[in-house]
Design a protein around this ligand. Structure first.
Ligand code: G6P
Length: 596
């Protein structure tokens, strides 16, 4: 069991890597924890020759309490041991209550509350499953928990409320995890729990009880995820692998239209035609890189489909007093489909009366996909690197399709224009491959960037969000302070920062804003700023003193933002490598943020 647990942790390490721990029942409860990476935990586990048939393990992304061994999971109370994803919001009140009952706390985590609470319940009811069920009644917040207990070597009890949790069915053995990628090493048969579910798991059987206390059968799904899809293969880093997988990932996402002569609304769900036709406007909700995809979509939706479009950061929208338009189509964009803020924003929109929601998501079984009536699954494959790359470009491909459908439904697309857009989409994977060949030139830029403390990214129009994405990539993994501005804003403040020490990246597509952008570039040059320009063919932006130009292919029209993303990803990747950073696991971040 221990090797399976450690392998599962390695596969999920990208989701949190502040500390790791494992607890095994083998006569008594044995626990090993360490700060740092799973490899370190593995060394300790081998040193202590840990073994047993039942156990739990965890990698942490710190919320309550610094990354330390004392705060690492599993947490224990007497013989009870718990791992937990999520946040217990009433942990302070629970702490006070449990202290009065004589419990002592040895960590700063909210999770320790769960261990003591289950222990207290177990003392009064004598049954681990019942003890966890009772705890669920008292815990407020989001959680996926797994509990074992020294007095009962036959079972594992798990519970879910607002954080992903699934069971992997084996032969005479069963497994649980927060993500299918941890389990494909042992089984493809998965059972996804619903919110409020509590499950009793033994070697032979699985019993699930829902929020109301009734026994339920959750469907068994056969995961399509292959073990190879989550392996590094020939690459040094997952981010590198995922950048270079983009032509294939985008081709997979667009597969349903590559052979078609037209784009059908049904790509987004069986009822999509009526819903999309009836939408009065669009409201996009997302976080991080997915938010940037939404920002690009806004230009497409308004510019091509002629439909009003608002894009909101999910964590802002959920708490902002807004004026809802119930006929607006809500589009939630999320790679993981588990981002707590995006899920909460979607629920908020529903409460405000929004009638229809569409998920654009990369994970078929995710909470987001289950929460919307319309959906489009990007087919990027598992994304492991914390900095999102192929998830972003496939989201853009999906949004380009959606724009085409919306434009058609609104009578804004002639058959000729539709055919041209489809042709451009079909060509996109090969255009992406061409841009990837620019890597050696980008690496030379990256060597210089790695020496700098700050960088500025400029773009206009639909390429402004691409500048934002480029700046986000750079800061996420190289830790270089990077900011993005709409170039027209330069003179209203950021120009004051420009000097020889701060490289400026400019995205220069050959579009209607090119001459305006060129003026902005002159403003930078006149102040001694070093420009690094990604210029389409025929832009007549010439390499020279303080002006470094990488020539992009011909202007790709509507799809240009997708192509201009690639060099920015490569720039961040190589700058981070130059600085010796852990590209796939940047400090302080996590891949899937299932807490608020
Ligand atoms: C985290 C990740 C980002 C991602 C964001 C939104 O911050 O590190 O790469 O863009 O979450 O994630 P989602 O899964 O909702 O797209």
């Amino acid at each position: 069991m221990v090797p399976i647990l450690l392998e599962g942790l390695k596969r999920l390490e990208y989701r949190g890597y502040d500390s790791a721990g494992v607890a095994i029942l083998n006569g008594t409860l044995q626990r090993v924890r360490s700060t740092g990476r799973v490899a370190e935990l593995e060394r300790l586990v081998q040193q202590q020759a840990l073994s047993g048939a039942i156990g739990i393990a965890h990698t942490r992304w710190a919320t309550h309490g610094v990354p330390s061994e004392a705060n690492a999971h599993p947490h224990v109370s007497g013989g009870v041991s718990v791992v937990h994803n999520g946040i217990i919001e009433n942990h302070e009140a629970m702490r006070r209550k449990l202290r009065k009952q004589g419990y002592e706390f040895v960590s700063d985590t909210d999770t320790e509350v769960i261990a003591h609470l289950v222990h207290a319940n177990l003392a009064s009811c004598g049954n681990l499953f019942e003890a966890v069920r009772r705890a669920m009644g008292e815990l407020v917040g989001a959680y996926a928990i797994a509990v074992v207990c020294e007095g009962d070597h036959s079972r594992l009890v798990i519970a879910r409320h607002g954080a992903p949790l699934l069971i992997g069915l084996g032969d005479g053995e069963n497994f649980i995890a927060s993500d299918a990628s941890a389990l494909v090493q042992v089984t493809q048969k998965m059972v996804y729990l619903e919110d409020g579910d509590c499950a009793d798991i033994t070697l032979e059987r699985v019993r699930v009880v829902d929020a109301k206390g009734g026994m339920v059968e959750r469907p068994v799904q056969v995961s399509q995820l292959s073990a190879a899809a989550v392996e590094l293969g020939q690459y040094r880093h997952y981010m590198q692998k995922e950048i270079f997988e983009q032509p294939m990932a985008v081709a997979n996402t667009l597969e349903l239209v590559t052979g078609a002569g037209t784009v059908l609304p049904q790509l987004f769900g069986t009822d999509a035609e009526g819903v999309l036709h009836g939408a009065s406007s669009v409201l996009v909700l997302a976080c991080g890189t997915s938010y940037h995809a939404g920002m690009v979509a806004r230009y497409w939706m308004e510019g091509i489909a002629g439909i009003p479009c608002n894009v909101e950061i999910a964590s802002e929208y959920r708490y902002r007093i807004s004026v809802p338009d119930p006929k607006a189509l809500v589009i939630a964009i999320s790679q993981s489909g588990e981002t707590a803020d995006t899920l909460a924003a979607l629920e908020h929109a529903k409460k405000l009366g929004h009638e229809h929601c569409l998920a654009i998501c990369n994970v078929p079984e995710s909470a987001l996909v289950r929460a919307t009536d319309l959906r489009f699954l990007t087919r990027a494959g598992p994304e492991i690197g914390v900095a999102s790359t192929k998830a972003f470009t496939t989201q853009l491909a999906a949004l380009a399709l959606l724009t085409t459908v919306m434009a058609k439904l609104r009578g804004r697309l002639t058959p000729e224009r539709e055919a041209a857009l489809l042709q451009a989409l079909r060509h996109l994977p090969s255009a992406l491959s061409t841009v990837l060949h620019l890597e050696p030139q980008i690496r030379m830029w990256a060597e210089k960037f790695a020496q700098c403390q700050h960088a500025l990214f400029l773009g206009r129009g639909i390429h402004w969000p691409i500048a934002m994405e480029g700046a986000l990539k750079l800061k996420e993994i190289s830790y270089i302070h990077a900011e993005a501005y709409a170039s027209g804003e330069l003179k209203h403040g950021p120009l004051a920062l420009v000097d020889r020490q701060m490289p400026v990246v400019a995205i220069a597509p050959n579009d209607v804003l090119l001459e305006k952008l060129k003026s902005n570039l002159q403003e930078v040059r006149a102040r001694g700023g070093e420009l690094h320009v990604l210029a389409d063919q025929d832009t007549k932006i010439i390499h020279g003193e303080g002006m470094h130009v990488i020539r992009m292919p011909d202007h790709a029209g509507m799809l240009s933002p997708i192509l201009h993303t690639i060099p920015l990803q490569l720039l961040a990747y190589h700058a981070a490598l130059e600085r010796g950073n852990d590209v796939d696991k940047p400090r302080n971040l996590a891949k899937s943020v299932t807490v608020e």
